[in-house]
Design a protein around this ligand. Sequence first.
Ligand code: HEM
Length: 519
Amino acid sequence: MCVINRFLRSRFEGRILIYSHNLHLVYIAFCRRPSEPPLENGLLPYLGCALQFGANPLNFLRTRQKKYGPIFTCKLAGKYFHFLTDPFSYHTVMGHGRHLDWKKFHFAISAKAFGHGSIDPDDGNTTENIHQTFTRNLQGNALTFLAESMMENLHYVMVEPNASRIDSSDWVTDKLYEFCCRVMFEAGFLTLFGTDFNPVGHDKGLSANQEAHRAFILRTLENFKAFDQVFPALVAGLPIHLFKSAHSAREKLADALLHKTLKKRHNISELISLRMFFNDTLSTFDEKEKAKTHLAVLWASQSNTIPATFWTSFYLIRNPKAMEAAIKEVQRVLENAEIKIDSTRKPISLNRKQLDDMPVLDSVIKEAIRLSSASMTVRVAKEDFVLQLGSNSYNIRKDDTIALYPQLLHFDPEIYSDPLTYKYDRYLEENGKEKTTFYHNGRKLKYYYMPFGMGLAKCPGRLLAVHEIKQFLTLLLSYFEVELLDKNVTCPSLDQSRVGLGVLQPASDIDFKYRLKCL
Ligand code: HEM
């Protein structure tokens, strides 16, 4: 929200607002209906509590939770958000599914941020059920192929360039977030959008073609970062024309994803081939709009995975015990799969069963994401209805938003003792199996970990994301020695600008060094 806050503050300061605010309060007071949740209108007309919320959503919601209880309404940028803060009420939202819509909100945000026409079939531009395309082509058998391809690409991006360096045993100093960005972006891009050469089966340095392609990916990454920086502002409804360089970056990204360009590439994922086919056969989008729907997939696949990889690696490198347990687990899985790590540095291939048999890495990844994610789950009321919470009923109006903010859950000391402390084995039972029992007020929780959303709208790429991070760690821990330059470095704070959108980026980067292990 920082970008938005800065933008809005510069335009909305002034005494005139105080007068209009008073009028506004009077207006709202008249408009309240019985049995609605307690309302906090905020200080500014239209914006309501948006600035206070944006400055520190967790504190904002905690204080309102203390004041009002498990449900309250806040006006945020002209819309009424009913926040539910009791984790036992989350299933209630599921239970009211027929009154609530999750698609329209997603569709509207996608069109606003990426600049394509509406992907809502009700609006007549396309008949594709895009959510179904995502679920079918990111999970099940499709996931097996995606995971195989990702592992080859990670090897190509991480291991090969280092192995082919003459001084490969020398330490390389780098920034950890930058490193995770480069590696995950390139490997993830190749996995979804294929390549203009065959990445497998070469070991003696990069051909000129591959060098040129790498340069193209790095330029694409720079454009991606420029666009991602203003993403929260676009979601808040600001037009992209206000951000000249981000606008130009978005157009360049779309140019790289035009169908005519993608058709020249090899090994494109089933997801993207099918989306191209549906764009061409089921939609009336022009070529640029089609490309922008692919940009939406690129953004969804990278924007959370990159920071999640950073936080997982950072906490792991900083915690020798966690590192030891992770290395031991990777060695066990490789031994069971009869894969030898030796000086040939052949690509490692782990199937989904083997990747699923890594409870320590699961716990390490979950704990890092718990500490860094700030997603928000929202559903829009399709009609006026009564929300039943225990013995209390609340009137909800059509077009109001029901919102869950899982960081409240993730940082609740009753659920997670010392919630701000990193504990790599938080999600492990004593017998080393996955821990799934967490309690609140002595009652077992169904929802205790929600960085991927919930219900039908749950992230369809969540399994791929966890596989990708495990694969990254498997290569990192098998082939490299890694160290922080300053072993006592403090944990970077969370950059709050993407609050509500997923895993937060670090506010500053971390110096580290790595070198290939002598095998
Ligand atoms: C750590 C990594 C990731 C996190 C934390 C994450 C989180 C999320 C969240 C919170 C949502 C919105 C769910 C809701 O509204 O309730 C979402 C949607 C989505 N994610 Fe992910 N995601 C991650 C990685 C990925 C990856 C690797 C892909 C692969 C393409 C992906 C594809 C998508 C798509 C396509 C949607 C929109 C689904 C729809 O609207 O139908 N995500 N993700």
